[in-house]
Design a binder for this molecule. Structure first.
Ligand code: AHR
Length: 635
């Protein structure tokens, strides 16, 4: 028998308790959430024609006869200095083909918006034909643009796909002979999330929206820090007109990963404005993380000298003004001009990602003084080392405590067993210490950074067991998020990931459904659930937490049975009357190794059943290896 004391609130559950952590890793932004379909649209990759079929290859032999495509770099436009000059010598035409991000996913009858900037020298090029093609060069939809001006002009056209194809490409054919300059060749599905131009993939945002996340942390992860300081994420470079956002090599474009992706760059089309907008769209509080002047400590570990830290601190202050300032303030007016006069209501900001040691503490202190000096109500999230053990971690926690840090971001990537064994991690944590942001965690079926890790059922229910511990300690644990959030099935560097996608579809893993169960049942008040007076933290492989929801007037019990055997439980509700029937939502799977997949995206997904109570007792049979959520109305 477990006892739930419905009457007494132990602590409030913060609205931020369950959130999402977005990082541009695994092609999560360009090639993923960001719906742009053209790779290297402004020819700014290190190899400037990367993504564009090289015109002189054998496949495009006729191009060699008919013309050239060369990259020109101009100094006056330092954000987007390169463009492509196409010279056509022959009436047979000239072709450029963009391969997309591991192909382009197109859907029959869906409409697509193409745009490009062109300067047509002396009106030489009469027509630009734009076509989807498949691998056999079959045309799957087409439109055309007539470039009318000598000067740089933007052209747009819309067309439909005639067939669904996961690996389409975009072919651009130039008719007429002469010279044309091209830049910002862009292609979006018309049906983006909220129908926005420069928008996001609807199916992926929907998965995030369905989680009802309490916060959206962005833009990373290591991506915040950069391999070098010069390559750190600089939010000011990610806003304004998209063609003025400077392309930067992605931190995950490295050979030290499972599948090196030399074509992984950040266009910043999904930049800070779009992140704030996304947070607003999905009802999440925004949580931006900024560089603290330390490049990734797993990489160059470059440090900005203390006397040169000012611009980094200024970036944080300006970001707060960008998000919250009135339209009359310098940065508030930038936000307003971008289409959002209303503030984004930023309440929290992160200083540094996964940094540690005295160098971090020294820099954190400077940020803290400046931010709190100007914006005392903004909560600062400080970093800690990568794993919650080890000297550097203890040092960081000790120092941050001395400084009265408000929230510390802890990361844990470990075995499923570790997650089950650490459900008590915060039971004895100092209630007066900094609040905890469990900012990155995921059970690793093989081992951290192993390419063989799977989003299997054992990992998922072990995370659920751990999460009951986070929830039981909601007094100190205020924010939590799984990591990484998503991955392109053909372009990932890190596994496991919560959502997998290809160019046509996306699915939630078993871990996604665990997150969703907790997030959509987070309640407002923590209440006690005990067995013989003690919290349920793994005795007989059973884990439990309970909340009530003041809005829906429900009591919600989360139960994780990590054992291979079913368990019969009696749950006794004390202190308040509960309805005589309720709902049990169950997540389970037959095998520890089971996973969701494109073929079977909902193999592991919740099922609902009704439960009848006997008086104030619910008798429930927990299936082997299962996560169950029992919901009852309070009377
Ligand atoms: O989630 C993947 C990486 O793990 C993050 O970028 C980093 O913060 C952590 O080391």
């Amino acid at each position: 028998t477990l006892e739930v004391d419905v009457a007494k609130t132990i602590t409030k559950i913060q609205p931020t308790m369950y959130g999402v952590f977005f990082e541009d890793i695994n092609f999560a932004a360009d090639g993923g959430l960001y719906a742009e379909m053209i790779k290297n649209r402004s020819f700014e990759f290190e190899v400037p024609l990367m993504g564009w079929d090289q015109p002189k290859t054998e496949k495009y032999a006729f191009n060699a006869k008919s013309g050239t495509a060369t990259i020109i770099k101009v100094v006056e436009n330092n954000k987007n200095p390169r463009f492509c000059r196409v010279i056509v010598n022959d009436d047979i035409g000239y072709e450029l083909v963009n391969e997309g991000f591991r192909g382009m996913g197109i859907k029959k009858d869906a409409r697509y918006n193409v745009s490009l900037k062109a300067a047509n020298h002396d009106g030489a090029i009469k027509k630009i034909i734009i076509q989807f093609i498949d691998k056999d060069n079959k045309v799957l939809g087409e439109t055309s643009i007539v470039p009318t001006s000598n000067d740089w002009v933007s052209y747009t056209a819309q067309f439909a796909a005639t067939q669904t194809e996961a690996k389409a490409k975009l072919k651009i054919t130039f008719e007429g002979t002469g010279t044309i300059d091209l830049d910002m060749i862009s292609l979006f599905p018309d049906d983006t999330w909220n129908h926005r131009k420069n928008g996001l993939r609807k199916d992926i945002v929907q998965l995030l929206y369905d989680l009802k996340p309490g916060f959206l942390r962005f833009p990373g992860g290591c991506i915040v820090e950069g391999r070098t300081l010069a390559q750190r994420y600089q939010w000011k470079k990610s806003i304004g007109d998209v063609d003025k956002r400077e392309t930067v090599i992605n931190r995950w474009n490295t050979e030290f990963v499972h599948k090196p992706a030399p074509d992984y760059f950040q266009s910043f089309g999904l930049g800070f404005f779009e992140y704030f907008q996304l947070a607003e769209d999905i009802g999440a509080t925004p949580l931006p993380i900024l560089s603290c002047g330390m490049a990734c400590q797993f990489n160059t570990a470059e440090l900005v000298p203390m006397e040169e830290l000012d611009p980094y601190v200024q970036d944080a202050l300006d970001l707060i003004e960008f998000a919250n300032g009135g339209v009359e303030t310098p940065w508030g007016s930038v936000r307003s001009e971008m289409g959002h006069p209303k503030p984004f209501n930023l309440k929290m900001i992160g200083v540094g990602n996964e940094q540690w040691g005295p160098d971090y503490i020294a820099r954190y202190k400077v940020f803290e003084k400046a931010i709190k000096g100007k914006y005392p109500n903004i909560t600062i999230v400080s970093g800690s080392g990568p794993a919650p053990e080890g000297d550097f971690f203890d040092y960081g926690m000790k120092e941050l405590k001395k400084l009265n840090a408000e929230v510390v971001d802890e990361h844990y990537y470990s075995s499923p067993k570790w997650f089950r064994e650490n459900a008590t991690r915060y039971d004895n944590y100092d209630r007066k210490g900094p609040k905890i942001f469990a900012g990155e965690y995921a059970a690793q079926s093989v081992g951290i950074t192993s390419p063989d890790n799977k989003n299997n059922w054992e990992c998922a229910f072990s995370e659920a067991a751990f999460m009951t511990g986070l929830e039981r300690n909601a007094e100190v644990v205020n924010l939590t998020s799984y990591a990484p959030l998503m991955a392109h099935v053909e372009a990932w560097q890190w596994t496991p990931d919560m959502i997998w996608f290809n160019n046509l579809e996306a699915y939630g893993t078993a871990n996604y459904y665990v997150q969703k169960l907790f997030s959509t049942n987070k309640g407002t008040d923590l209440v006690a659930i005990t067995k013989e007076g003690k919290p349920v933290t793994g005795q007989n492989d059973l884990f439990a937490s309970a909340v009530k929801d003041a809005n829906t007037k429900e009591v919600i019990v989360k139960l994780v049975n990590a054992s291979a055997n079913a368990q019969e439980l009696n749950i006794d509700f004390k202190g308040s009357k509960v309805a005589d029937k309720g709902t049990v939502t169950t997540l389970t799977s037959a095998n520890l190794d089971d996973v969701n997949s494109f073929e079977s995206p909902k193999k592991i997904s919740p099922t609902e059943s009704e439960i009848k109570l006997k008086g104030k007792n619910a008798q429930i049979r927990l299936l082997p290896h299962s996560v169950s959520v029992l919901t009852l109305k309070m009377r």
